[in-house]
Design a protein around this ligand. Sequence first.
Ligand code: LLP
Length: 433
Amino acid sequence: MFHSDNLSVNTKNHLMIGSHDTVDLAREYGTPLYVLDEDLIRKNCREYKEAIETYFDGNGLVLFASKALCTMHTARITAEEGLGADVVSGGELYTLYKAGFPMEKVFFHGNNKTPDEIELAITYGVGHMVVDNRFELDLINEIAGAKGIVQNVLFRIKPGIDAHTHDFVKTGQIDSKFGFALENGEATQIHRYASTLTNIRIDGVHCHIGSQIFDVDPFCEAAKVMINFIADLYESLSLKIKILNLGGGFGIKYVAEDDPLPPTDYIKKVAETVKDIAKQRNINLPFLVFEPGRSIVAAAGITLYTVGCIKKIENIRTYVSVDGGMGDNPRYILYGSKYSAVVANNASAELVAPITIAGKCCESGDIIQENIMMPEIKVGDTLAVLSTGAYNYSMASNYNRIPRPPIVAVRGSEKKLIVKRETYDDLIKNDIL
Ligand code: LLP
């Protein structure tokens, strides 16, 4: 009935996540509440790892893109599952460091890393910096030099691939703030320059074409372009590139119409392309890195809300307002993202009419979903919005000074609060009177 296998309905007609009744969770922890199915996250991590084993002889590494969901607990469980991590800020890096994440398996991204962030990354012993521009490269060389180390780097390349996704989450084309373009030669020039720097070791190349992509062809195209570039670098500069990091971006199912491939299929097809082109160009197979974020955590998360008021505007629409909104899920207001929702305390009821789920912020655009078919809803019902595990908590804000919800992780019959609910005192703790 639901598009994620970990959701079901019990005899009380309540929505279950794993073996937990969501109505009980809402009662125990209050709403809004993020619930995370740790078993599903671990299963997804294993699926990715096994795909690399099966289709690339284990010659690769899967990184969890922490931007999708960055907490100390998720850092710990992805580390336990043997994944590396992609971080994009000092804050993400610090979270992982404090959680005991192995720093040598961290790749540090970002188009404008500050000197402080670079210093921190090098001090922590981050395995690879993914260099976005020449200013940063010089800074890394200088800071690594001052510490007497040689820093491993990858260069972020724009492969010129147009992925069919929302404009805001497309990144592989030349008109992008990220990385070095191939078309105008800057990608080659930066490698030539970097090979003259004493505290830089050129280890690999990276690209990321976008997010929530369903079609495997753009990933294969990107792989092709990148392998050809690796071969060209060897021919023109005698550079041996060892790592090919193809980023993340694999799509997931938010609504019935979404039809993503299982992650294994993406990896299989991309690995085949990499092998083919490497053979054609007569180069060694690179160490293959992927950076999935959404496809590891999105379906594992749901958000529980309580319905506070219902406003039926005859011949226009019905607003059902919940106790959260754009503060805990800004994806509709940002991207018009689609979600599915369930009345958790009446989970298999028949769908009767379209409603608009609105948040409690002082902003008309504060909507979680517009005109979705739902069963009869009453004030006090628990509403579950599905597949909110990625880019919800990590993009949450305190707009209108609304405290961010807690996260509870469930695993088998166990449950654990992994992020506390913010308090009003948390909201004012940095204010100075
Ligand atoms: N690697 C790099 C370099 C990235 O920029 C991203 C996402 C990923 C990996 C992970 O992509 P994923 O597998 O999660 O699609 N806030 C937007 C998504 C922005 C994605 C940014 N970069 C959203 O809510 O849809």
